[in-house]
Ligand binder design. Sequence first.
Ligand code: GRF
Length: 205
Amino acid sequence: MAPDKFILAVLVSGQGSNLQAIIDSIEKNDLSAEIALVVSNVKDTYALERAHKHGLESIFLDPKSYPDRNGYEQALVERIQSKSVNLICLAGFMRVLGNHFIETFSGRIINIHPSLLPAFPGLRVQKRALEHGARFSGCTVHYVNEEVDGGPIILQTVVPIYDNDNEASLSKRILEQEHIAYPEAIQLIIEDRLTLSGRRVLHNK
Ligand code: GRF
């Protein structure tokens, strides 16, 4: 049976449209979760404003206030642990997480990425898919491990690439699908419907 309250932390760096999609799904009762904490590593992001508008606890955790990456990640770990979080959702969080963070929350961190992984990991991936001449791209929700954009794949949605697409138009269509896929993936985890078999994530009925 799914727990009454499934607690999320959402890590952001930018506009926060995926955060918004998660908030909306919770408010519509499509997602049986609660966001206990939103953390941004960038000051004054629109994502933080969205959190504020919905009365969510949110913080800007400034990497520059810590002597090194370990110090920063330890602070992040402590903030998240203080909220008894079940799942950490990276939603446009533009910072590579180190081993300490990943091991502390092993199997409980997920990310959304705007390509069909393992094609096009990294940055500016819509532009790279176009330049490569791919006919399809999409989005991927995956578990986070120590390899950047390399963890086991939970869900993917395919988005066709049209001849008249540019980076902006393709990004927009992929983002629309991200907003559907991310809450869906989170709900699969809440309902305990995923089983890891090697690199494969099997979906139980
Ligand atoms: C999305 O395209 C996501 O896949 C990528 O960063 C972007 C974040 O967008 N990781 P937003 O901040 O959620 O609007």
